[in-house]
Design a protein around this ligand. Structure first.
Ligand code: FES
Length: 102
């Protein structure tokens, strides 16, 4: 189910934000022209990815600086994977479809 979150213009200005969708915290990042959505709670030790940074197109967790591919959620040099969600932008609004927990 697609849920409207924030105006795309907000992400252009802030590059990242955190939203709550059905009780689940989701971090949104703007990388280039694309928006990506990942679980906000880091798969490592639960720090908030939306408090992290973007570096060379990767999401860097503020906890222990693990780097995640924003599209796949794959952690660099590790087997761990951060859950990701589907995103689309329609009429200037960012919509997210949260994937079920696996
Ligand atoms: S909590 Fe994210 S890297 Fe450790």
């Amino acid at each position: 189910m697609w849920t409207a979150t924030v105006p795309f213009a907000d992400l252009v200005r802030r590059r990242k934000t955190r939203v709550e969708l059905g009780g689940r915290a989701v971090a949104l990042f703007l990388v280039g022209e694309r928006v990506f959505a990942l679980d906000d709670e880091c798969v490592h030790k639960g720090r908030s990815l939306s408090r992290g940074t973007l570096w060379q197109g990767q999401v860097v967790c503020p906890g222990h600086q693990w780097k995640f591919d924003p599209e796949t959620g794959a952690a660099e040099d590790r087997d761990d994977c951060q859950p990701v969600h589907d995103v689309r932008v329609v009429d200037g609004v960012v919509y997210v479809a949260v994937r079920p927990r696996s």
